[in-house]
Design a protein around this ligand. Structure first.
Ligand code: SDX
Length: 425
């Protein structure tokens, strides 16, 4: 029920248009603009800067204060005390699991990690140098073919089975992308390993010898998964929700989220940050790139900087920066030249009025790539890792959408094309 009202006066309409105003548990109130259509009016908000597209209880972001909550728990506390699969349980179910619930959840996930053997034939159709995100879009979408008939999206149990399958199989598919690109055999998952440990073994192990993941790197990998798990109604999550609103198969919906995430303005930024740092190459060239980033006539942007919602530090970037230092020290590369360039670049940008005035701060993508590179993950796989981690966010929002009455999403437009005209002759 609306606890407040907005009254809109529009030239040419005598009476004010009354619009209900709703308050959430946190964050800005929202104005319900649906009554406008009865008056022959649409709202206009390209890029959805001021549009709440749905009601959700999964994640809350306060961009001005740099706050990120998953089901009410601050990301900093989850990063310190939880792990990725526990956060998966939290995002899906709304509460932290008991020790018994967590053990059961982990056991189910780790016993769904294999993919159908036929999936390996999909890879044969790609060149070895195909971008792994292209392969992921294809293979995750193709999972629909294996499960399409066993799926009633209105059945909570069926939705839960989908979630388990996707959480469990994304690391396997991601590692298969990497193995295929380097001509090594696929590694089958191991049910006795932790989630991140199992992923690192599928990435870097071979059938020729035992592989033991470095526990510091496995912890850093799990932290990267955790920090990328969900982020409210970002571009890829909104894509998944919109695809889901048509009743599409969840695997097809997640494939649409992977496609949307790929762009350099979104999840593709982590790959672009590394390319940028490598192009800068030396701290002495930082002023040249800062100048380019500020030049309105130059399309270059400081990758890993800025955010639609955060006008303060992205809390995930802060956690990742601390993890960066720890991983590089563990590997004895604390003097990594890319980290030095990144740290100096951040200092210079945060002192420059152009960035300060626009409240442009490092985001989640600024440091994640440096950690992944240190772990040994190739740059082309960075966004695949983001997609792997974000799958729980996507499927939680998809499931939330289908757990209450819903309608197909169908935005309208401001039409500025031709008036009606007749075909000549
Ligand atoms: C993610 O939404 C999410 O939650 C996404 C995400 C998630 O977890 O799902 O957090 C993950 O996508 C993080 C963002 C990763 N992208 C990048 O790092 C790419 C670089 N950043 C920019 O492209 C940009 O900051 C965006 C896309 C992130 C945000 O774009 P907006 O909100 O549309 O902001 P804008 O383009 O309107 O910029 C406002 C001003 C402009 O200058 P003016 O026209 O006012 O003069 O700031 C400038 C922009 O030119 N600006 C930048 C800049 N980002 C914005 N200038 C230089 N470098 C940048 N990085």
């Amino acid at each position: 029920m609306a606890d407040k009202k907005a009254r809109l006066m529009v030239d040419g309409i005598d009476d004010p248009i009354e619009l209900p105003v709703y308050s959430g548990t946190e964050g800005p109130d929202v104005v319900d603009v649906r009554p406008l259509s009865a008056k022959g009016l649409f709202t206009y908000d390209p890029g959805f800067v001021a549009t709440a597209a749905c009601e959700s209880s999964i994640t809350y972001i306060d961009g001005d204060k740099g706050i990120l909550l998953h089901r009410g728990y601050p990301i900093e506390q989850l990063a310190e005390k939880s792990d990725y699969l526990e956060v998966c349980y939290l995002l899906l179910n709304g509460e932290l699991p008991t020790a018994e619930e967590k053990a059961q959840f982990v056991d189910i996930v780790m016993h769904h990690t294999m993919v159908h053997e036929q999936i390996s034939y999909f890879f044969r159709g790609f060149r070895r140098d195909a971008h792994p995100m292209a392969i992921m879009v294809a293979c995750v979408g193709a999972l629909s073919a294996f499960y399409h008939d066993s799926l009633d999206i209105n059945d909570p149990y069926h939705r839960e089975v989908c979630a388990f399958r996707l959480i469990a199989k994304m690391p396997t598919l991601a590692a298969m992308c990497y193995k295929y690109s380097i001509g090594q055999p696929f590694m089958y998952p191991r049910n006795d390993l932790g989630y991140a440990e199992n992923f690192l073994r599928m990435m870097f192990g071979t059938p020729c010898e035992e592989y033991q993941a470095n526990p510091v790197l496995a912890k850093a990998m799990d932290l990267i998964f955790l920090l990328h798990a969900d982020h409210e109604q970002n571009a890829s999550t909104s894509t998944v929700r919109l695809a889901g609103s048509s009743g599409a198969n969840p695997f097809a919906c997640i494939a649409s989220g992977i496609a949307a995430l790929w762009g350099p303005a979104h999840g593709g930024a982590n790959e672009a940050v590394l390319a940028m740092l490598q192009e800068i190459g030396d701290e002495s060239r930082i002023p040249e790139f800062i100048k380019r980033a500020k030049d309105p006539d130059d399309s270059f942007r400081l990758m890993g900087f800025g955010h639609r919602v955060y006008h303060n530090f992205d809390p995930r970037a802060k956690v990742l920066k601390a993890s960066c230092d720890q991983v590089l020290t563990e590997l004895g590369i604390e003097n990594d030249p890319l980290l030095k360039i990144a740290t100096r670049l951040e200092q210079v940008a945060l002192e420059d009025d152009y960035f300060v005035k626009r409240k442009l701060y490092p985001n989640v993508d600024f440091y994640s790539g440096i950690i992944m590179k240190a772990i040994g993950i190739p740059t082309s796989m960075f966004t695949v890792i983001f997609a792997l981690a974000r799958t729980i966010g996507w499927i939680s929002h998809w499931s939330e959408f289908h757990s209450s009455p819903n309608r197909i999403g169908r935005p309208r437009q401001l039409y500025t094309g031709q008036h009606k005209r007749d075909y000549p002759g």
